[in-house]
Each structure stands twice: as C-alpha cells, then as structure tokens.
Design a protein. Structure first.
Length: 311
C-alpha cells in the first residue's frame, strides 16, 4: 500500500506532540517534514520541539523553521496552555541534527512538487506558513491534494465568543488559505470537543509502559497539575491528534461541504470561521467541515498508537 505523503505544520505544544506521535505510529502516513510556526508558544520553542521530537521518535524527515509572527500584525502567544516550552515542561534529549537550510514555505513547495499532487498538509497550528507558501509559491497549490487543518468552529470559540485560537491568532492567513482553491477539511472545535478524554480515559491509555513515557507521562503530569491549579476538571482534548486521525481514517469524522469565510475585521468576532449553512452567499462550497467525530473510533486509534510504542 502506498503511504500518504504528509507535512505536519505545527506550533508544537502538547496536543501537537500527540498528533506527531500518532502520525508516526501509522503505517498509512509518510511524514516528509515537520514545519514550525509561532502559535501557542513562540517559534523559539516550537522549532526546537520539532527537532527534538524527530530524533526522539526516530522520524526520517526534514524539520524547518517558519513564521515567527502572523501575516499581518502581532499577537502574543499563550504559553500557559501548554507550559513555557510547549511540552508541559518535558525536556526531551537535545537533537543532534539541525534545521533544514530552507524556510518552511520553501520546504512545503518543494515537497509538494516532489509528491506530484499527492501531498496532504496537516496544518495543526496557525495557518501562517501555508499562507506564505501560497503567496511566494502560487504554483504549489496545484501540487497539494488536501489541507487537513485543526482550527475554526461553527459554534462557540475558545479565544473570543466565535473564534478558535489557531484562526484568531492569524485570521488573514486563514483568509488566504480558504480562498486558495486547495481542498480543505476543517477539523474545528465542534468536532474535537466530542473527543475530550476524562482523567480515567487518559490513565487507561497510558497504563501500558512505552518507549516514550518520558513524553507521554510527562505531559500527563502537566495536564493534572495545570488543570488542578486552574480549578478545571481533569479532562484533555487532543484537538490536533483528531486531525491526524482523520487522514489515517476519514471515517472518524462526519463532514459536510460548505462555503466558509474567515472574519478578519470585526473586533468582536475576528477569527470566526463563518459557515454558510443556508447558502445565503451563493458561493460554491470550499471547505469540508467536520460536523461531528466518532470518539470511540478515535480512542481506539490512540490505543493502537500506544501499542506501537510498547516496551
């Protein structure tokens, strides 16, 4: 079976790390590159996190640095969500190999051409690197089979009443990507919130010792401590991992095709992904919107993932 060539473009925090762990465990995916972007934590952390994860997980791929700020303006990262270094304070062994000599957008364009129209981009952070790719290398669009993005919402947001963080931090990048003509699957909060794991479910997943317990158990410890400090339930949503799961097995999601635009101006709802459910805008659908997710199927995929790293 031919593997699906993928690039994981990420602002590597805890759920990004889970996404990379899941992708690396699958025999259906060929990870061609990890490209870092500014997001929940700064590029000075997301880049090294990718370098260290490549060696820690023994992934044979390129690692490239991308944008350290949004396409327009600037927004401060929110490191308290993922800890100061993005991985909940987990310190992985320092990588011996360095970054690719080229920037993320150049690596994406090169790998898209190399994959001859079969490349899938797993965009699980702000869409800045993807937008810059399309601005600098417009010819790359025809070589990308699909973008599967974790971001957006058609219901409530997590940063303002309507916007999800990855889109809110760089709405202009989202606007560029939505207008690119490249097929897009939007895995938003409406779907990811259906797969939230309770503390018991997390412990059950991690009951089996693995070769990567330093990472998985370390992040679990951070979840427990940080949620307790904030007075929040011991529950975690692995948003980015669901996007990866959707490439491995698309049936983990129920999607419907709609025309979607991104709000870039309103101070009240900037970053909102506006889904035209009723066809009021009279535009051709441009996004496959995840309406729901199959939690049972997703959890089984996580179990299979953990088994791949068993001691």
């Amino acid at each position: 079976m031919d593997k699906i060539p993928v690039i994981i473009d990420c602002d590597t925090g805890t759920d990004d790390a889970w996404a990379i762990v899941l992708a690396n465990s699958s025999d259906k995916l060929d990870i061609r590159a990890l490209t870092a972007v500014n997001g929940n934590v700064e590029l000075k952390h997301t880049g090294p996190n990718n370098l260290n994860l490549r060696e820690y997980l023994n992934i044979d791929c390129r690692v490239a640095l991308g944008a350290d700020r949004p396409v327009i303006g600037g927004v401060n990262p929110i490191p308290d969500v993922h800890g100061e270094n993005g991985l909940g304070g987990v310190e992985l062994p320092k990588a011996k190999r360095d970054f690719d000599e080229k920037y993320a957008w150049d690596v994406i364009a090169e790998e898209a051409e190399r994959a001859a129209g079969e490349l899938v981009i797993l965009a699980v952070g702000p869409l800045t690197n993807i937008a810059i790719t399309f601005l600098k290398h417009p010819e790359a669009k025809k070589n990308i089979k699909r973008i599967v993005m974790m971001g957006g919402a058609f219901g409530t947001g997590n940063t303002n009443p309507y916007a999800e963080f990855n889109i809110w931090i760089d709405p202009h990048a989202c606007d560029i990507v939505f207008k690119s003509g490249v097929p897009i699957t939007m895995v938003g909060l409406d779907a990811t919130r259906m797969t939230t794991l309770t503390g018991q479910e997390q412990e059950a997943l991690l009951a089996q010792p693995t070769k990567i317990d330093l990472l998985l158990r370390g992040m679990r410890k951070y979840f427990i401590e940080s949620h307790k400090a904030m007075g929040r339930p011991d529950a975690v949503t692995l948003h980015d991992a669901l996007a990866v799961a959707a490439v491995i097995d698309p049936t983990v999601l129920h999607t419907e095709k709609y025309y979607v635009v991104c709000e870039t101006k309103s101070s009240q709802s900037v970053g909102q992904t506006v889904v035209d459910f009723k066809g009021h805008l009279h535009r051709e659908p441009n996004v496959d919107v995840a309406m729901s997710a199959d939690k049972e199927k997703f959890v089984q995929m996580l179990r299979d993932c953990i088994a791949c790293y068993a001691q």
